[in-house]
Design a protein around this ligand. Structure first.
Ligand SMILES: O=C(CO)[C@H](O)[C@H](O)COP(=O)(O)O
Length: 229
């Protein structure tokens, strides 16, 4: 997977029809999604429960782009190999999920995946400063994790600090939570290049009427890239 600095839209299938994931994934990829974002929640690190490795393995059969798996679980390390076996391309763990994120990122790479580290809104950029040589992606949460459809929390200062810290390393900055055509330009101008969006991509469409998915993806991409051109 060559490093791509262009803005990428990663729809979160948390907002898809849970009874029809295969067709939903095919539909959003056909409508222009760059990556597929999968939110794994354990009912412990966050107050919601979603998918485990068998579901992620089933999604993989439909994903032709990049499968970007966001673990909102603690602990992480016992499950790394299972997510590799499920076909994950990028596996992201929270820096708040345990005391040994350095070891976790090493283990993710050793299992053959790209490694991501996520920060909750209350966690400063400095928490990942000494992890950047082991990370392919930093995910900046712009909502408190656990649910889709929440209001964007402005983290543009954090994004700017991270982009400066990252320097010329090939590390993506991903934004997760409340991304819309209104909020996307703020974070892209600050240095983000991956935009996770659930509600704003799936709104108005369905697997049998996927054209709105494409319109929504284009609206976010256009807003994000127009102001930065
Ligand atoms: O990680 C998440 C929640 O923890 C979701 O990916 C995120 O909230 C995206 O949903 P929306 O675009 O609806 O805010």
């Amino acid at each position: 997977m060559p490093f791509d600095r262009n803005v990428k839209i990663a729809p979160s299938i948390l907002s898809a029809d849970f009874a029809d994931f295969g067709r939903e994934i095919q539909a959003i990829e056909a409508q222009g999604a760059d990556w597929i974002h999968v939110d794994v929640m354990d009912g412990h690190f966050v107050p919601n429960l979603t998918f485990g490795p068998p579901a992620v393995k089933a999604f993989r059969k439909h994903v032709k782009t990049v499968m970007d798996v966001h673990l909102m679980i603690a602990p992480v390390d016992p499950y790394i190999d299972a997510y590799a076996e499920a076909g994950t391309d990028i596996l992201t763990a929270h820096v708040e999920a345990g005391p040994h994120t350095h070891r976790t990122l090493q283990a993710i790479r050793a299992a053959g995946m790209k490694a991501g580290v996520a920060l909750n809104p209350g966690t400063p950029a400095q928490a990942v400063e000494h992890l950047l040589d082991l990370a392919d992606l930093v995910c900046v949460m712009t909502v408190n994790p656990g649910f889709g459809g929440q209001k964007f929390i402005d983290m543009t200062d954090k994004v700017r600090t991270l982009r400066a810290m990252i320097g010329d390393r090939p590390v993506h900055i991903e934004i997760d939570g409340g991304v819309t055509p209104e909020t996307a330009p703020l974070v892209v101008n600050a240095g983000a290049d991956v935009l996770v969006a659930g509600s704003a991509v799936f709104k108005g469409g369905s697997v049998d009427n996927p054209t709105p998915y494409g319109d929504n993806i284009r609206a976010i991409r256009m807003a994000a890239t127009t102001l930065t051109a």
